[in-house]
Structures are given as structure tokens and as C-alpha cells.
Ligand binder design. Structure first.
Ligand SMILES: [Zn+2]
Length: 281
């Protein structure tokens, strides 16, 4: 019997390279029989299969093309096309612009371009992109990481999750996360840079983003190598009064329904309404 509640399973949360115990960034977001692989960082394809077969994924969503968030797409491609899997259709892949050609450039070994599209049905993300995947609605917003990068909100009938991807604090993330049940936010930086362009959160900034968006709960992830998970959680909690957890590899979080707000309309069985689209102009 499948669990109809919204669930977040941490496949890995290390950066910028996996540790012996922790792959890079990757998550499985599930509700009932709907399964979405959110970021495919190095080492996440293995633990993904503890929970779902590769060919049973309903979609893959990639925040940006840094290797610690996307490298396992390369091995997933081989698995989907050249092993014991018979795909009935390419797996929908929502990812930043240029993803198909970037994958093909790595995978092509002969004069003929490797058929990325045989494994993945690629849809390029843009700011405000929305997609319905099974019982889930995915809304993507462009965020501040120095390259094309996105955060995602997952709305289900029973709850909502927002994942920052990699980003500095930015209004689009705060808007996307407004009123969500769980904010999964990166905490890469021990200290904010003083003069260069900022592309990550400090733990305190994670807490501030969670507070500004009135998230119900904060889970810190992508904790940099100069921080411990305990430090990241403790420092984030100085700016956010709600529960704060660490995205431990292997952990599964059940995400409850948030207290309805006046702006929420529609039947309880429908995905909750999410912020309106925003153009990138
Ligand atoms: Zn990155």
C-alpha cells in the first residue's frame, strides 16, 4: 500500500564531493505512487534504488548543472538505455537550459550524437515554470547562483515542500517558499563573502529565509565542508523559531498539511494553489 502523504527522502546532501557516508545532493520526493528524483548529485543513483526503480520515476528535476547536483544523470542514462530496463517512454527531465546538449557532449563517443532524448524527455526550465507530475505540482523559480539555477516548490494535496537548490538569499526563493510546510535550504557557507558575488546561504541566512517566508519547518542541507551539521542547525535556529533539522543521508521526512491560509482555494484533493507565474524579464 503506497503512502499518499508527501515525503522527502534524502539520498545525499554532501558538497562539493561525496563523503564515504554521504553522496552529493539528491532527494526523492514522493506522494502515493508519484516519485520525483530531485537533483542527481554524485552517488545518489545507488540509494535512489532503495526506494524506487529507475524506470518507475515519474520525473527528474535538476536545479542546476554543477556536478554535485547533476552528475548521476550520466550513469542514469546508461542504466535506462543499456541494461535491464525497458523504458516505455523517456523519463520527463526538467532541467536548466542547455541540459540536453551538455549531457550529449559528455556521453557522445562516436561521430553520432548520443541519443539523450531516448532516455530523457527534456523540458528546459524558466522562471515561473510549472508542471503537474502525477499528484504533484512543481513550480520553479530562478535563483541567484551565478549560473542558470532554480528552486522548486512541490505542492501536494497533503502538504508543500520548497527546495532552494544552490543560491544566495534572494526574493524569488522567499516568495516561492511563502507559507510552505517545509523549506529544504542549502547552508554551504560558513561566512558570507565580503566582496565577491554571493552564491550560497550561511546557516543564519537559511534561518532568515525560513522566517521571512513563514515556513513551517526548516531542513538545512548542502552543508559546506567547513561546517558541521550540528553547527549549521544551531546557527540556523538563531534566526528561525520553528523546528530545524539536518538533511541526514537516508532520512525520510513526512510533510504534513499546512494550516490553510486565506489565499488557499480549491478542493482539499487538488494540489494547493501556488504563487503566480513570474516572467524572467
Ligand atoms: Zn552549485
Amino acid at each position: 500500500m503506497s503512502d499518499a502523504s508527501l515525503r522527502l527522502t534524502v539520498l545525499g546532501s554532501a558538497t562539493p564531493y561525496p563523503s564515504a557516508e554521504n553522496p552529493c545532493s539528491g532527494y526523492l520526493v514522493s506522494s502515493g505512487d508519484t516519485h520525483v528524483w530531485v537533483d542527481a548529485g554524485s552517488g545518489t543513483l545507488g540509494p535512489l534504488q532503495r526506494h524506487v526503480r529507475l524506470d518507475r520515476l515519474d520525473a527528474i528535476w535538476i536545479s542546476h548543472l554543477h556536478a554535485d547536483h547533476s552528475a548521476d544523470l550520466l550513469t542514469a542514462y546508461y542504466g535506462l538505455l543499456y541494461a535491464d530496463i525497458s523504458l516505455t517512454a523517456p523519463i520527463p527531465l526538467y532541467a536548466p537550459p542547455g541540459t540536453a546538449d551538455r549531457l550529449a557532449a559528455f556521453l557522445t563517443n562516436t561521430p553520432a550524437r548520443s541519443p539523450i532524448e531516448s532516455a530523457f524527455a527534456v523540458t528546459e526550465l524558466h522562471d515561473g515554470h510549472q508542471a503537474d507530475v502525477g499528484s504533484l505540482r512543481l513550480t520553479s523559480r530562478a535563483v541567484a547562483h551565478g549560473i542558470p539555477a532554480f528552486a522548486v516548490r512541490v505542492d501536494a494535496a497533503t502538504g508543500s515542500l520548497v527546495y532552494s537548490g544552490d543560491t544566495a538569499p534572494c526574493p524569488s526563493l522567499t516568495e516561492l517558499a511563502r507559507g510552505c510546510d517545509v523549506l529544504l535550504c542549502e547552508a554551504e557557507s560558513a561566512e558570507a563573502p565580503s566582496d565577491e558575488e554571493q552564491v550560497h546561504h550561511t546557516p543564519e541566512e537559511c534561518g532568515a529565509t525560513a522566517a521571512a517566508s513563514a515556513a513551517g519547518r526548516l531542513i538545512v542541507t548542502h552543508v559546506g565542508r567547513t561546517l558541521t551539521p550540528h553547527q549549521a542547525v544551531t546557527r540556523a535556529a538563531t534566526r528561525f523559531t520553528g523546528p530545524v533539522d539536518y538533511a541526514s543521508p537516508g532520512a525520510t521526512f513526512s510533510i504534513p498539511q499546512a494550516t490553510p491560509t486565506p489565499s488557499v482555494t480549491g478542493s482539499p484533493a487538488s494540489p494547493r494553489r501556488v504563487p503566480a507565474r513570474h516572467s524572467s524579464a
